[in-house]
Design a protein around this ligand. Structure first.
Ligand SMILES: Nc1ncnc2c1ncn2[C@@H]1O[C@H](COP(=O)(O)OP(=O)(O)OP(=O)(O)O)[C@@H](O)[C@H]1O
Length: 324
């Protein structure tokens, strides 16, 4: 395991200001987190869930209030300075000097990480090449596009060949093309032997990019596993039926659904009923027949594969799309 940490905790206390009492925010409430070597591990959660605080603690940038365990084979709590040479960290903001070029930025990061000048220059060249930045290596970073800036940030975080890279919401704000490019680069990194721990609030990013993930909410783990295992544990498919009236837990619709053996779980959302089941294509006609037999009219019908949003909804009662 490249990360093996238990009971990670952090509480922020803000000072009292005029008209404002001091506030205590329990940002991370005792997370256990393990990341295997060579995997892309995701921390998925809504805004304010504690993702950045968790990543910054694991990357030795914020001192935890409690916990135990190791990062990159070194004790995170008693010897964080020994963790540092093995890790790379790319923040949401990027940590890039916008008035300098990509080359100068990457070179500086290499030197700060202790690489001798000649090696730093060679690695900088390699990074510019790998991230397709050679043609714009000496232009001030502020003149680059959002996707290019993100690639510079990634190159800075990787120049010293860390065995573990932390990426805080690496694709936030990027267009679909640039996101896909960055995903490819993150996979390449993994395939070259590095481990990646990233935070995201994008469901599709967690689902397609991460080998394994944990969903966090209010500083706690909601659930953990591979994307497929997590959605399977909820259901393979979701049928959503629309009715003309608001539904309740003990009305005719709910009573009908309760008799159907292939329904795993249901959730009412106003006049919509979400039905979790396996093999939706086979179940859908049976479902409609059951309502027909009881003379209940069904309006809108949709059948979808279950997603991580369904997992989050089932565990928290909120949609990840709306939470935050
Ligand atoms: N320095 C700080 N002082 C006080 N409160 C803080 C501080 N940093 C974070 N918090 C609070 O801790 C909680 C978790 O914040 P954090 O940034 O870790 O969440 P996040 O999941 O990364 O959110 P986002 O997706 O918006 O970046 C939030 O309620 C936040 O307001």
């Amino acid at each position: 395991m490249i990360v093996e940490v238990q009971g990670l905790r952090k509480t922020f206390r803000t000072r009292a200001r005029p008209q404002q009492p001091p506030m205590v925010v329990e940002a991370v409430k005792g997370l256990d987190i393990t990341v295997a070597r060579g995997e892309i591990f995701g921390v998925l959660g809504p805004n304010g869930a504690g993702k950045t605080t968790t990543i910054r603690m694991l990357a030795t940038l914020v001192r935890p209030d409690g916990g135990s365990g190791k990062v990159a084979g070194q004790d995170l709590f008693s010897a964080p300075e020994k963790v540092r040479p093995h890790i790379g960290y790319v923040s949401q903001a990027g940590g890039v000097d916008e008035n300098n070029g990509a080359r100068a930025n990457i070179m500086l990061a290499a030197r700060l990480n202790g690489l001798p000048t000649a090696e730093a220059a060679a690695r900088t060249g390699e990074m510019l090449e790998a991230f397709d930045l050679t043609a714009m290596a000496d232009r001030p970073v502020r003149t680059l596009s959002g996707g290019q800036k993100r690639r510079v940030a990634l190159a800075i975080g990787l120049v010293h060949r860390p065995s573990l890279v932390f990426l805080d919401e690496p694709t936030t704000g990027l267009d679909p093309q640039n996101r896909a490019n960055l995903w490819d680069q993150i996979r390449t990194l993994r395939d070259a032997g590095a481990s990646v721990l990233l935070s995201t609030h994008y469901l599709d990013e967690a689902e397609t990019l991460c080998d394994r993930l944990m969903i966090v909410d209010h500083g706690e783990v909601v659930v953990e596993g591979t994307p497929t295992a997590l959605t399977r544990a909820t259901a393979d498919d979701v049928v959503t039926l629309g009715f003309t009236e608001e539904l309740t837990a003990d009305d005719k619709v709910s009573r009908i659904v309760a008799t159907l053996p292939y329904v795993r779980e249901t959730r009412i959302d106003g006049s919509l009923l979400r039905i979790y089941l396996d093999d939706g294509e086979r179940a859908l006609p049976l479902l409609l027949r059951a309502f027909g037999d009881h003379e209940v009219a069904v309006g809108a019908i949709s059948l979808n594969r279950a997603t991580l949003d369904d997992v989050f909804l089932r565990k928290t009662g909120r949609s990840l799309r709306d939470a935050g």
